[in-house]
Write a protein that binds this ligand. Sequence first.
Ligand SMILES: [Fe+2]
Length: 141
Amino acid sequence: MAPDERTLLVVAAWWHDLGYAPEIRVTGMHQIDGAQYLTSMGYPSRLCALVAHHSAATFEAEERGLSEELAAWPHEEGAVADALWTADMTTGPAGEAISYPVRLDEILRRYESGTAVARAMTRARPSIEAAIARTATRLAN
Ligand SMILES: [Fe+2]
């Protein structure tokens, strides 16, 4: 990964959950709210798009009826997006390293079954597992 891509990844990792801040809540979907805030503040479009689509946000947007809103940002595929999803989905709430199955279990304990997030994260599992596998392969090479 080129140095500028690494910087983008680190910045995206720091900002990816910004949309949980109540002060910037608009749609209630943190990926979109965070990306919208960063876009409004003039941050680079690629950073905003990575935040918008982090960790298979497409599924949550579908569950919430917000696919059109999410489509405002292109869905990047590649090493940076995969690494961002991997970092997000293999880190626990206190910043500790955990496996994806443990992380998914933790998420599904926080959100009641049948909620948009629980449905989305369950449906997203193959996509997230694929991103983690691609990242592991890249790191091994
Ligand atoms: Fe998130």
